[in-house]
Design a binder for this molecule. Structure first.
Ligand SMILES: Nc1ncnc2c1ncn2[C@@H]1O[C@H](COP(=O)(O)OP(=O)(O)OP(=O)(O)O)[C@@H](O)[C@H]1O
Ligand SMILES: [Mg+2]
Length: 368
C-alpha cells in the first residue's frame, strides 16, 4: 500500500516499508496538479487529476495498486462527542443517532465514521467515552474515487489530512496526560492541572489546515481557505508580474516582523508587505480557532505550533508566527524516525521538500 496526497499545487505519492519499530523510505514522487484541478482541499477535475497521477506513477514505476488517500476541506466535519461507554459494534449506531446535531447536510448523502478515543469515568461514576465523529458529503469523496478508478488504483483507506499530519509529527507531540504545575498545595494543584495542546499548521497552496492535538489524539481541525497561492496571486497583481515571476519573488523574500525591521533593504519591500498582509489574515483566522477551542475546553495550554506544508518554507515565517501567537512555532521534520538509503535518494532534496511531504509521509505511516 502507498499514500497519495492530492494538493492544489502538486500531487504527492510516497511509500514506506516497516522495519522493526520504524520505517524506511521505499519510493516517492511528486507531479504538478493541472491548473484548477484541485482547489480548497477538494478534487474539482478528476479526469485531469487522473492523468497527472498516472504520469507520476509510471515515472516512479510504482507497482503497488492499493492506496491510502486523505481528504480534507471545509465540508469535512470532525467533532469529538461524549457517549456512554458501549461496545465497539454499538459505537457507529450511537454516533449516527447523535450525528444530525453536528452534521449540517443530509445524512443519506454523507459518509459517517466514528472512532473511540478514550474511556473515562464521570464524577458520579458513570462510564463514558470520547468518540471522534467524522462526516463528509459523498460528493466530496466521489471525485477521488473517479480519479483513482481511471488509474486502476484501489482506495484501501480514506483517511483525513489532519490525522496524517499528527502521525507525521508523532515524535514532537506531547504524549503524556498533563503537564503538572510546580508543587503548590495539593488541592490547588488538582485544580490547576492543564491540558497540554499542540497545534499543527499545514500551510499549502490553497488551504491551511489547523489541527489541535492532545496526547497524540485529534481534538479539533479546521480548513482555512488561505494559502501560498493567495500570496503569489496578490504579488502578481500588485506588482504586475506573471504568476511564476511572483512565485520566484515570493521565494526570495524574507518576512521580518515590523518591530524588528532594519532600514536599508529595499528590494523586495513591496512583496514583503503583501506577504505580511496575507499572513496577517491567515493568523487572524488561526487565532479565532485557538481562542474558540480554549473557551470550549477549560485549562488548555498551547505548548507549540508545528509548521508544515510548502508555505512553511516562507523565509521568516517561524519567527512571524511565534511573535503573532506567543507560542513557539517550529518547522517539523517528518523524516524523523524514517531510514533513508543515501545511495538511492538525494537527502538534500528530501530535506528541502520535507514540509510539502509531511501529509503524505503521515499517511504512509498509517498501520494497516
Ligand atoms: N521556498 C518557498 N518559499 C515560499 N513558498 C514556498 C516555497 N516552496 C513552496 N512554497 C509554496 O508552498 C505551496 C505549495 O505547498 P504544498 O505542496 O504543501 O501545497 P499543496 O498540497 O499542493 O496545496 P493544498 O494543500 O493547499 O491543496 C505553494 O504555494 C508554494 O508557493
Ligand atoms: Mg496539501
Amino acid at each position: 500500500m502507498f499514500a497519495i496526497d492530492f494538493g492544489a499545487r502538486s500531487i504527492k505519492v510516497l511509500k514506506l516499508n516497516k522495519v522493526g519499530a520504524g520505517y524506511e523510505l521505499d519510493s516517492f514522487g511528486t507531479n504538478f496538479s493541472p491548473e484548477g484541478a484541485v482547489a480548497n482541499g477538494e478534487i474539482i477535475n478528476p479526469i485531469a487529476v487522473a492523468e497527472a497521477l498516472a504520469d507520476l506513477l509510471s515515472k516512479i514505476r510504482m507497482r503497488d495498486n492499493r492506496a491510502i488517500i486523505a481528504i480534507t476541506g471545509q465540508k469535512l466535519i470532525i467533532r469529538e462527542i461524549i457517549l456512554p461507554l458501549m461496545e465497539e459494534k454499538e459505537i457507529l449506531p450511537g454516533v449516527l443517532w447523535e450525528a444530525p446535531k453536528y452534521v449540517p447536510y443530509n445524512l443519506d448523502e454523507a459518509v459517517i465514521d466514528a472512532e473511540k478515543i478514550e474511556e473515562f469515568t464521570e464524577k458520579d461514576g458513570n462510564q463514558m467515552m470520547r468518540v471522534l465523529l467524522v462526516a463528509v458529503p459523498k460528493s466530496v469523496i466521489q471525485p477521488y474515487m473517479e480519479a483513482l478508478k481511471k488509474v486502476r488504483i484501489i482506495p484501501k483507506i480514506v483517511d483525513i489530512s489532519s490525522a496524517a499530519n499528527i502521525r507525521a509529527f508523532d515524535f514532537y507531540l506531547n504524549k503524556s496526560q498533563n503537564e503538572p504545575k510546580e508543587k503548590v498545595q495539593e488541592e490547588k494543584e488538582k485544580q490547576s492541572i492543564e491540558t497540554v495542546t499542540d497545534a499543527i499548521l499545514s500551510i499549502g497552496a490553497s488551504t491551511t489546515i489547523l489541527t489541535l492535538t492532545e496526547k497524540g489524539n485529534l481534538k479539533f481541525a479546521r480548513d482555512i481557505l488561505i494559502g501560498g497561492n493567495d500570496i503569489t496571486k496578490a504579488i502578481a497583481k500588485s506588482l504586475n508580474l506573471t504568476f511564476s515571476e511572483a512565485e520566484k519573488l515570493k521565494r526570495e523574500t524574507k518576512i521580518i516582523n515590523p518591530s524588528e525591521e532594519s532600514p536599508g533593504e529595499k528590494k523586495s519591500d513591496e512583496a514583503e508587505k503583501i506577504m505580511l498582509k496575507i499572513l496577517d489574515q491567515l493568523a487572524k483566522e488561526v487565532r479565532k480557532s485557538l481562542n474558540y477551542y480554549k473557551t470550549q475546553n477549560q485549562q488548555v495550554k498551547y505548548s507549540k505550533i508545528i509548521l508544515c506544508g510548502g508555505s512553511a518554507n516562507i523565509s521568516g515565517i517561524e519567527e512571524f508566527l511565534t511573535n503573532e501567537f506567543e507560542i513557539t512555532t517550529k518547522i517539523g521534520d517528518p523524516w524523523k524516525g524514517i531510514r533513508i538509503n543515501e545511495a538511492e535518494f538525494d537527502l538534500k532534496r528530501l530535506n528541502k521538500i520535507k514540509s510539502t511531504l509531511a501529509t503524505v509521509i503521515g499517511l504512509a505511516k498509517r498501520e494497516r
